[in-house]
Design a protein around this ligand. Sequence first.
Ligand code: NDP
Length: 337
Amino acid sequence: MRWAFVGASNIASQWMVEAVRSVGDEIVAVVSGEASRAKAFADKHGILHALTYEDQLKDLGVQAVYISTTNEKHEASVVHAAACGLHVLCEKPLSIDLASAQRMVNACKNAGVTMGCNFHLRHNQAHRLMREAVRNGSLGKLVSVRLNHSVFLPQLLQGWRLKDKAAGGGVVLDIGVHNADSLAFILGEYPAQVTALTSNSGMGEGLEDNAMSLWRFPSGVTAFAHQGFATPFGEKGIELLGTQATLKGVSMLDQGAPGALEMMSEKDDEVMQMQDRNLYTDVLVQFHQALRGEPSDMADGEAGLKSLAVALAILESATSGAMVPVRYHSNLNAAVQ
Ligand code: NDP
């Protein structure tokens, strides 16, 4: 398949060029708002066309676009791609408000194109094993979940994320959406209510760089989710606590580390190392399966929208001090399909 990249971004350069090529696809063009950035990106990655307008994609035989501009720019590019009949893989968070995300999902649906949201963490093997454990009841009744996802934002990424609200900066939109997607994938449901506190440790320049939240799911399960930008030695794991066993995942929320799972019960503890794989390649593999109409674990546009809804509810709760219902679009069922 022939792709165009919209956004000469770090994530595109560091992970997605390789991921797209690893499944045998071709990147024929990159579009940037700045000609010099487009050219530098194209030269670095051996891409034929360096463009400054998405309109220039027509006649290049492009079939899909990967969009990794800053978050406030995603909508225009998704809607443009859908109007051109191109399949879309869009970065998370889909957008910065729910109405915009809904327009993006609708545009792709109406155009009959496939829409994916680049949630790679759900492809970590620990996520699948946790999902199986929840489904087969091996933990007994699931009571609660603890998710720790406080990182140290690398220097390279310490730009708009820390100071630009209009671009969707702040740790909640950046990492909170990952957490919502991970828990929805594992539990098979999205939270109905959340309550949250945010803070700024000094890394954020006017925006929150730390957020702790409590979620209540329709099944009655409660979860704690922590996301942060300023802590180099935070654990990046998920713990499922059931009435008969606890399944603890360590380092399972990393781009590059596979992590491990520990099962704790009356039997001897069992530790399982996870497979080391490029999770972004898995996104591409699942994207192709979705394109072919085969069962796919890809996060689709609606998954992107729902994870955004959770993040927006966290921000609303942190502002109001109240527990808030998560408002998903009225046409959308809050349960994972
Ligand atoms: P970058 O800051 O690297 O790039 C975002 C945009 O900033 C680019 O599209 C580019 O615009 C512009 N830009 C890049 N370099 C410069 C520069 N030197 N001067 C001025 N502008 C510049 O963003 P990230 O790669 O960190 O994030 C991009 C998107 O990907 C976001 O939506 C983010 O949330 C998401 N992301 C997702 C991850 C995942 O795991 N799924 C991980 C990391 C990010 P232009 O295109 O016009 O050149």
